[in-house]
Design a protein around this ligand. Structure first.
Ligand SMILES: Cc1cc2nc3c(=O)[nH]c(=O)nc-3n(C[C@H](O)[C@H](O)[C@H](O)COP(=O)(O)OP(=O)(O)OC[C@H]3O[C@@H](n4cnc5c(N)ncnc54)[C@H](O)[C@@H]3O)c2cc1C
Length: 420
């Protein structure tokens, strides 16, 4: 679907075969994929550089797919929070974690934004030409070709079409199915539980995540830190419902279901990552390896990249490509400690030790936990995380220190899984 700002209200009625205004087929900034990262870039750029013409193209009929994106208030800077504010579905002043031996309330704000709100925010921002139901067949440094064969030119082309399979990263997975439920009676919850790990453990480390959007509307997400990406959505949605029943919540309606398999980086080669699948275009979001190594979450990185790009003076593909590569490579280097911890969690830990490691982590001071989620930990934080009673035998932990060794181990495991 092609849409100019004059026709935004009709967005769901039009298709990509609708005639395109010839004068809009050439843009200063052409954003390929209207997901989280490119939508944030579009909105931030409109605010900072209103003189630029911007187009956002997606194969789906809805901007941002089907997601609830959440983040800690400390994950983004003040300007970032302002950028996100119109899109927030809910904000809570605190959050909770539950483990067998540790129950704790963290006085860190928590926020959620939905695809619907992102969609509305983009549509309501004047000056962004949105083309939906428009699959992109080819991306180049100076334009794109749609599935229909139509070409659209761009001075700066940014490819944000989401994650692609890669051999350059050794991964574990955070995978989940979330059900948004309307209950017959109030659930009595006042804040999110970001990890309820008191549940029976399967497939690595399991926890349930709950977001109480209203007194009777709640998102219940059955979540796993697993070695493999396979997701049995029926089984996980059954477990999410079982959790709700065990809490005594009477489910009236399942309003919505979402699911995800997010990458957790154990090791990798960032140079090799960037040399895979070169199209000549710049990249954003998961496609630019911009996500938190331990959660697979990308909202804070998406906001930061949007801010960086909107501060740039040079809008051509090669300049923005250079900016994003540099930013992604630097982030990768600065986050090596997270990959080390992930190796402890995914490679060195056995049985229920994964849960023990996380339980110990959540006993640490709140500011450290906040810096961890914001991927801004200090050297002192690293020492603090490693100090004390180790949840793993030291020789086993040491045997997984090496990043290159981990690459080989994980690739071998993945090969084993695919062979049966
Ligand atoms: C269900 C779910 C919940 C998540 N929750 C959180 C969370 O709470 N917090 C957080 O920080 N992260 C979360 N994440 C992780 C991450 O933030 C999201 O995956 C995020 O959407 C990634 O952003 P992106 O822009 O890189 O890719 P996406 O948002 O996936 O956007 C890619 C876009 O490209 C489009 N596209 C792909 N191919 C083509 C094509 N050929 N032509 C045209 N368009 C195309 C897709 O339709 C899509 O709209 C979640 C992920 C999932 C799946």
């Amino acid at each position: 679907m092609f849409m100019t700002r004059d026709h935004q209200a009709e967005k769901h009625k039009r298709t990509e075969t609708a005639p395109m205004r010839p004068d809009t087929a050439n843009y200063d900034v052409l954003l390929v994929g209207a997901g989280l990262a490119n939508s944030m870039i579009a909105i931030a750029l409109r605010q900072a550089r209103p003189e630029l013409s911007i187009a956002l193209v997606d194969r789906d009929a809805q901007i941002g797919g089907n997601h609830t994106w959440s983040f800690h208030s400390s994950d983004v800077n003040k300007a970032g929070l302002e950028l996100l504010r119109p899109m927030l579905e809910a904000q809570w002043p605190s959050q909770e974690i539950r483990f067998p031996r540790l129950k704790r309330v963290l006085d860190t704000g928590y926020n959620s934004m939905t695809s619907d709100r992102l969609h509305a925010a983009v549509i309501q921002t004047p000056g962004i030409d949105v083309m939906l139901s428009a699959p992109v067949a080819r991306v180049e440094h100076d334009g794109i070709e749609l599935g229909s064969g139509r070409h659209i030119a761009g001075r700066c082309v940014i490819d944000g079409r989401g994650a692609v399979p890669t051999n350059a990263l050794a991964l574990g997975y955070q995978k989940f199915v979330g059900l948004e439920l309307e209950l017959d009676e109030p659930h009595g919850m006042s804040r999110p539980i970001i990890m309820d790990a008191t549940v029976p453990q399967y497939d690595g480390y399991r926890f349930v995540y709950t977001l109480p959007f209203s007194s009777t509307r709640i998102l219940v997400e059955d979540t796993y830190y697993s070695d493999g990406p396979e997701l049995d959505s029926d089984l996980l949605s059954e477990r999410a419902l079982k959790y709700a029943n065990a809490k005594g919540w009477r489910v009236g309606t399942v309003l919505r279901q979402e699911q995800g398999v997010l990458p957790i980086t154990l090791a990798g080669d960032i140079k090799a990552f960037w040399s895979e699948g070169e199209t000549g275009a710049a990249r954003s979001g998961m496609r630019a390896c911009l996500f938190h190594p331990t959660t697979g979450y990308s909202l804070p990185d998406a906001v930061l990249l949007a801010q960086r790009i909107s501060e740039s003076n040079a809008f051509d593909t090669s300049k923005i490509d250079h900016l994003v590569r540099h930013h992604s490579t630097r982030s990768w280097q600065q986050r090596s400690f997270f990959r080390l911890l992930n190796r402890m969690l995914f490679l060195a830990a056995r049985g229920e030790e994964r849960r023990d490691i996380l339980e110990r982590f959540y006993s640490l001071p709140t500011p450290l936990i906040e810096r961890f989620y914001a991927a801004r930990i200090t050297s002192a934080d690293k020492v603090r995380i490693l100090l004390g009673r180790p949840p793993l035998p030291i020789p086993r932990a040491i045997s997984h220190m090496s990043e290159s060794q981990a690459m080989a181990t994980v690739l071998q495991r993945a090969h084993g899984r695919s062979n049966g």
